[in-house]
Design a protein around this ligand. Structure first.
Ligand code: SF4
Ligand code: ZN
Length: 127
């Protein structure tokens, strides 16, 4: 496929500790830890939505606009079939519901990147 100019995740290897926090939150399975550093394993898998960004404790993740392979749903399907990322369990920090029970949203709390479900969200907003 011809490259196009688009938004894609950028990983600062200096800052990356290889903790792996960013791997599971990427529903497309675009990020893996290779030799102790996070890597976008295939440009086609990264849609540039940036869900991973808030999960990085060291600020190693950001978005950049550059020439890259276009995002491909086909490539994502192949990748998901390979690693079953859909069922890698993300839990609401408050009630432990998974994404199968309620939509989960990323949030920050006391310096931690967490997931919160839409059931718990109203109570958190209204205190
Ligand atoms: S969350 Fe940040 S520090 Fe951890 S592996 Fe991903 S990019 Fe590296
Ligand atoms: Zn919840």
């Amino acid at each position: 496929m011809a490259k196009i100019k688009r938004q894609i995740v950028k990983i600062d290897e200096e800052k990356c500790t290889g903790c792996g926090n960013c791997v599971a939150p990427c529903a497309e399975g675009a990020i893996e830890i290779v030799n102790g550093k996070a890597k976008v394993i295939k440009e086609e898998l990264c849609d540039g939505a940036g869900f991973c960004i808030g999960t990085c404790p060291t600020g190693a993740l950001s978005l950049e606009t550059r020439e890259a392979e276009p995002f491909s749903e086909e490539a994502v399907k192949e990748q998901q079939a390979k690693r079953d990322v859909h069922f890698e369990v993300q839990k609401c920090f408050n009630c432990s519901r998974t994404e199968m029970d309620a939509p989960l949203l990323p949030c920050r709390k006391e310096g931690e990147s967490l997931w919160v479900c839409t059931r718990c969200l109203p109570a958190l907003i209204h205190g």
